[in-house]
Design a protein around this ligand. Structure first.
Ligand SMILES: [Zn+2]
Length: 89
């Protein structure tokens, strides 16, 4: 079955851990979701239709180094915002 997926979500997920390693902030599921959502708001979505489970294969086909640079920048900006707003332990 085909599904519509935002390729940028795949990239944010792919780079989130390596970007967060550089930051001394809370890395719980809630904060990660906040960072992911904020980063995606700053990125132009790129929708693709794909067979379910096949999204990574499709993502590699479309890979462009500029997307990675944009995604890493957006994650850093989002992390900076979230790190100033975290109010839970
Ligand atoms: Zn947290």
């Amino acid at each position: 079955m085909k599904q519509v997926c935002n390729y940028m979500e795949v990239l944010v997920e792919k780079y989130l851990d390596s970007v967060l390693e550089e930051w001394d902030i809370c890395k719980c599921e809630k904060c990660r979701k906040d960072i992911t959502a904020l980063a995606l708001n700053n990125l132009k979505p790129m929708y693709t239709s794909t067979e379910s489970g096949n999204v990574y294969v499709k993502a590699n086909t479309y890979f462009n180094p500029q997307y990675a640079a944009d995604v890493v920048l957006a994650i850093n900006m989002a992390t900076k915002i979230v790190s100033g707003e975290v109010r839970h332990e």
